[in-house]
Design a protein around this ligand. Sequence first.
Ligand code: SF4
Ligand code: SF4
Length: 496
Amino acid sequence: MQIIIEKCKGCGACVLDCPQDAIRLVKRKAVIGPACSECGACLKVCPEEALFSEDAPVPGAVTCEACPIQCRIKEGYTGACQRFMNRGGTLERTIALKTYEEVKHLTGPDWKPAIRQPLITGIGAGTTYPDCKPAPHIVQSKVDGVDVVTVVTEAPLSYSGIKLKIDTDVTIGKEGAPVFFRRKQVGHLTTEEYGSKILSLGGVNLLTGDGGLSLARLISDIANRKRAKLRIDHGSRIEVQVGHRPVIDGKIDDVMRVGCGSATLGLFAGLFNEVADEVIVLDSHLTGLMSEHSSGLYVGARPSGVRLRFKQSTPGRYFGDHGKGWGGTSIIEPRDVIESVDMNVARAGMKILITETTGRKAVMMKVGKRGDLKEIPMPSDASRAVADLADTCQESRVSAVYCGGSGGSARAGVARYPIKLTRAVHAMKARLTIGGAPTFVLPGGGINFMVDVEKVMQGAFTWVPTPATVCPIEYTMTLEDYLEMGGHEEAIKPFG
Ligand code: SF4
Ligand code: SF4
């Protein structure tokens, strides 16, 4: 990495973001040290554009090809991720491969087979109120020769909500945008997760707000796989139903993308390279350019002189943008993604395939003598390649996890020492299930869990106008552990 001294203003942005601690400021000018592995992080953050990288080989450095950054690592130094070190001209992992035996003290114990499944579920159990009374059903039986107890209730949970996963590459709104149901805010649009958009609905603050009653009903309806219509502020109107395809602005979205533009090239470069000279995979996250991408180089794609209008992340991978165009970008006319074609490199007659990651839309362009672009009919081999891409995509669907906090007063109905119950759940001595479905219990304090609603019987979720959602809960443990936590021994009934 080189510095243009006159441009450097000594702001220190590169110093903060260099993963190698390779830059320091000397008399308010950046100075690059020998640990630099040419990762390019400083280039991305320098507001003055005072840094540049030369393609020339770095003496004594080995190029790491374990990720798109392709660090050039000098003898005795690591790459930007600190995972690889150049030792005597060979790249070695800085952490040795570990067997399970070496990490199992960290992973924690497994559930004992005897307590994996509840004896009965909480579905239809009813609730006891106040919570200090024993739970409505506490049953005991022998499983695998072990005395096992299951305690069930239907707990009203004010700390509850639902995370909706909507498989789509369509832009539905800005991250963080409020989500409305019948004019009341019920949540917000949160992160994108690979081929999906995530909505977070509910939570105690919205449940106790002025739209709380309809929100409690909405959460239990969605968890029970009923259809709901939502609106994203300054974004789309969507219809969601768990297990079904999403309807976005009146249109059913039927396929989810196979991956981002870069991943698509990683999967299909071999096929694409046989049908076009250059391939652009349009995507709002990463748009891929085959001739520069490592998968394109691997399959022998030649330089094409095509420059894209998006900002480069790493070679062949360009940050997209968001909009109503191809691949969820702002590109409505596919040729507009091409900023220029350098005819010193390109060849007249060269074919450029532009496709979405779903293969839903694709065009073929031909490069003219002056670098002009003309759309041509899609050749049959290219059509087949795009169809192969489309066939690899999964169907779009809506799925959901219900999130609840069951660490509150309802624990008193289970045992006299609620802290012991909480500890037992985290120590995998008491198994928490929801309608028989396995849960993921979040680490840290309390009992915060997530459950896939499709694994819970339809209709098992209800709501009460406190407002709260109501969900079946089961705790299953050995009799010995139950008594140790102050379980309600007098309320135990035999199972069956
Ligand atoms: S290229 Fe990477 S390692 Fe080198 S100075 Fe810049 S940020 Fe640091
Ligand atoms: S895997 Fe690590 S060392 Fe290798 S190129 Fe990527 S960031 Fe650099």
